[in-house]
Design a protein around this ligand. Structure first.
Ligand code: ADP
Ligand code: MG
Length: 356
């Protein structure tokens, strides 16, 4: 089946750079693995400096690899002994700042990557791609005359026009207004999906990652810790780092009870896998802000110690009787004062736990 064909495969990738003092090397990426199927959108999610851009540059062929392999359509593109030139990889790149040519108009920017076509075809193909990103009326405009979101769509059309096998996007929303980002992430996903384009983007923003990607890899220290669909990352994080990094939550202590239950300060929760060996033992239970519901009628009380207005809801930090602080998203018409005690109850249905 074509639909499940692997387009990009990275195995045990390692990349290093000369150290600042020029005397040694520093590792930027190590032991990195991931696979992307034809038509899939993947995302590397991690904080600044974890190696995201390095991975993209290596896939493009801008960085030699120290160990491991990069395969494109099952063909070896990078290893310690093989290094395909960038123009042989059929990979397109959209840079963080879009990197449009300021002295070329929109149509010329898109046509720039179409040198392989006869000149009479270049502008009609470019025009076709402009249509696909809903900017037909801007063909004569210069980049500085466009909004950030429009420039981004031009950059995307320019990368898509040569019909690469894979498009790489380096923090494609980071120079745009926050309010725009989520909508544009959704739009970009629609454009990529409508054109059946395989893409790998990198970002430090989990909302962007979740809004656009089919598969997300949480990255730290040059490694992908878990490469999975967003739902699984959120509900079944493979380790504490991911549990902490994704979503807003805290770990609270719990005691495992018979019958696959765990008792925490707020009550009992069902565990979703067998913990019979741990009965009586202490485990850490992840409580996310969406696991706690505010309920004015609940007997269980917690004190508001901090609150952040987020529009539709507040993120409350609540102190339990034991002194433990937890988070809760509460609809913003429940505007309680700091120091006030409010009723809560537990609604967790996917319980994430870790031992020690
Ligand atoms: P990210 O994109 O996640 O912010 P990068 O891939 O840019 O991370 O960088 C990963 C690490 O490699 C960082 O520690 C960074 O300082 C280092 N690095 C990146 N590019 C170079 C370079 N050209 N020379 C030396 N070190 C580099
Ligand atoms: Mg970067």
């Amino acid at each position: 089946m074509n639909s499940t064909r692997t387009l990009l495969s990275i195995k045990e990738l390692e990349i290093d750079y000369p150290s600042r003092d020029g005397r040694g090397r520093v590792t930027a990426v190590k032991g990195l693995n991931l696979e992307l199927a034809q038509g899939e959108i993947g995302c590397l999610l991690g904080s600044s400096g974890c190696g995201k851009s390095t991975v993209l540059r290596a896939i493009c062929g801008f960085e030699p690899v120290k160990a491991g392999e990069i395969l494109l359509r099952d063909k070896l593109a990078s290893s310690t002994t093989v290094h395909l030139q960038t123009n042989q990889r059929k990979v397109g790149m959209v840079f963080q700042d879009f990197a449009l040519f300021p002295h070329l108009n929109v149509l010329e920017n898109i046509a720039f990557g179409l040198q392989h076509l006869p000149s009479n075809q270049r502008s009609s193909v470019a025009m076709e791609w402009l249509k696909r990103v809903s900017l037909s009326d801007k063909s004569d405009a210069y980049p500085h005359e466009l909004s950030g979101g429009q420039q981004q769509r031009v950059a995307l059309a320019r990368a898509m026009a040569p019909e690469p096998d894979l498009i790489l996007l380096d923090e494609p929303f980071s120079s745009l207004d926050i309010e725009l980002r989520e909508r544009l992430a959704g739009e970009m996903r629609e454009i990529l999906k409508a054109n059946n384009i395989t893409a790998l983007l990198v970002t430090h923003d989990q909302f962007e990652a979740f809004a656009i990607a089919d598969k997300v890899g949480v990255m730290t220290d040059g490694k992908v810790l878990q490469w999975d669909v967003p739902y699984e990352l959120y509900h079944k994080p493979a380790n504490r780092y991911i549990a902490d990094f994704i979503g807003r939550g805290v770990f609270v202590k719990g005691i495992v009870l018979p019958g696959n239950k765990v008792k925490i300060e707020l009550g009992e929760l069902e565990l979703d896998h067998d913990h019979s060996k741990d009965i009586g033992k202490e485990i850490d239970v992840l409580l996310r802000a969406d696991d706690i519901q505010h309920d004015d009628h609940s007997a269980m009380q917690a004190e508001v110690v901090r609150k952040t207005f987020r529009g539709a809801d507040f993120l409350y930090t609540l102190k339990l009787a034991s002194g433990v602080e937890i988070f809760a998203f509460v609809p913003s018409h429940h505007d309680h004062a700091i120091g006030e005690k409010i009723g809560i109850h537990l609604v967790a249905d996917h319980v994430v736990t870790f031992r020690d």
